[in-house]
Design a protein around this ligand. Structure first.
Ligand code: GTP
Ligand code: SF4
Ligand code: SF4
Length: 329
């Protein structure tokens, strides 16, 4: 297993299969690369099926045991089932999707080896949903979640970005997952540094505080030291898990980060928040990909706490040590 100089072993990879998407969410950061607006047809710059599989085979050699396929919207890739089918057996396969294409396709993906899925669902109301996602596909997403459950994906996590437009929905969403077996809720801190609009920010500590009052059990997940709250519904006959993803200005989160990303164009990317360490796998052979992977892992640094450090006033600024060290700065 490969580790960086901060002792963070790389156990998982997140592979973006396309930056295209049929939604246009107001908070989208597209894996840290910018928005997803653009043509919906397959693009020449996307990794081919073979490119993706070649990379995964190399990652498997380094004992990476989990892959998450992301986008844009990864289900826009017609070859998704084939990619999953050809993923090395040792890897747990999961998918982050907006859910609209799950009806009619979820079972085939499960047959190919998909184990679990995260579906973005930011609202329980079609009007608010349309405002956030710039899409009227609310019913399709609800059908998608149902299809995922019926296909046996476990768990089905509902991803909800907590910001001005959604914060009021948190209690209803918590009840919703407590009442529906198989669902979990993942509350994601809004990332103004990637999306702009700091005025939409909501203090995630308030959400932690509220959940701590509701929870009958609190766990820490090793990845990112994320907190998980187990909450019962009002009738006491259901229980749901709520996980918080709170990376912003959080050195503990970064100190426990075990992931390397791959962009849809086949660039290795050591950190969501950085694009100055990208390394193209282009036409590389397997031995070359092996070397590139080693190099990207070796160059990883915890973003908050090392790459960005706090000055005497408590403000975060770029650590001088890294200025000029990487391409792009
Ligand atoms: N800064 C940062 N944000 C992350 C990281 N991983 C996930 N996130 C945020 O969480 C969002 C949702 O992540 P998902 O794709 O659903 O996956 P996940 O929750 O990280 O993965 P699992 O819990 O393993 O399913 C991403 O779009 C990011 O905004 C990370 O390593 N760093
Ligand atoms: S569904 Fe996901 S990829 Fe698509 S616009 Fe929304 S956040 Fe971005
Ligand atoms: S180092 Fe921090 S910001 Fe970068 S990917 Fe890991 S958790 Fe996210």
């Amino acid at each position: 297993m490969l580790a960086d100089e901060f002792g963070r072993e790389v156990t998982g990879v997140r592979v973006s299969l396309t930056d295209r998407c049929n939604f246009d969410c107001v908070y989208c950061h597209n894996e840290g690369l910018g928005d997803t607006r653009g043509p919906m047809d397959p693009q020449d710059d996307e990794m081919s099926t073979d490119d993706v599989v070649r990379f995964l085979e190399v990652a498997a050699e380094f004992d990476v045991d989990a892959v998450k396929f992301t986008g844009g919207e990864p289900m826009l890739r017609e070859d998704l089932a084939e990619i999953i089918e050809r993923t090395p057996d040792q890897m747990e396969v999961s998918l982050t999707t907006n859910g609209t294409f799950l009806p009619g396709r979820a079972e085939a993906l499960v047959d190919a080896g998909l184990e679990r899925v995260n579906v973005s669902q930011d609202a329980l109301d079609p009007k608010d949903f349309a405002e956030i996602t710039k899409s009227g596909a609310y019913e399709k997403v609800i059908e998608g979640v149902k299809a995922a459950l019926e296909a046996g994906l476990d768990p089905v996590k509902l991803n909800m970005v907590v910001f001005e437009h959604t914060a009021g929905y948190v209690p209803r969403m918590v009840d919703h997952v407590a009442e529906n077996e198989g669902l979990q809720l993942q509350l994601i801190e809004y990332m103004p540094e990637l999306t702009g609009k700091p005025e939409w920010n909501v203090d995630i500590e308030r959400v932690h505080g509220w959940l701590a009052e509701q929870a009958d059990e609190i766990e820490h997940r090793e990845m990112h030291d994320r907190k998980r709250y187990w909450v019962s519904n009002d009738d006491g006959d259901g229980r749901g898990m709520v996980e918080i993803v709170d990376p912003v200005e959080n050195p503990t989160f970064c100190a426990n980060c075990h992931r390397v990303r791959v962009t849809h164009e086949g660039y290795l990317k050591g950190c969501l928040n950085r694009n100055d360490d990208l390394k193209s796998m282009g036409e590389m052979s397997k031995p070359e990909i092996r070397e590139a992977f080693r190099e990207v892992v070796a160059n990883r640094v915890p973003y908050y706490g090392e790459y960005m450090i706090q000055n005497a006033d408590g403000e975060w600024e770029l650590n001088d040590k890294y200025i000029g060290e990487y391409a792009g700065i």
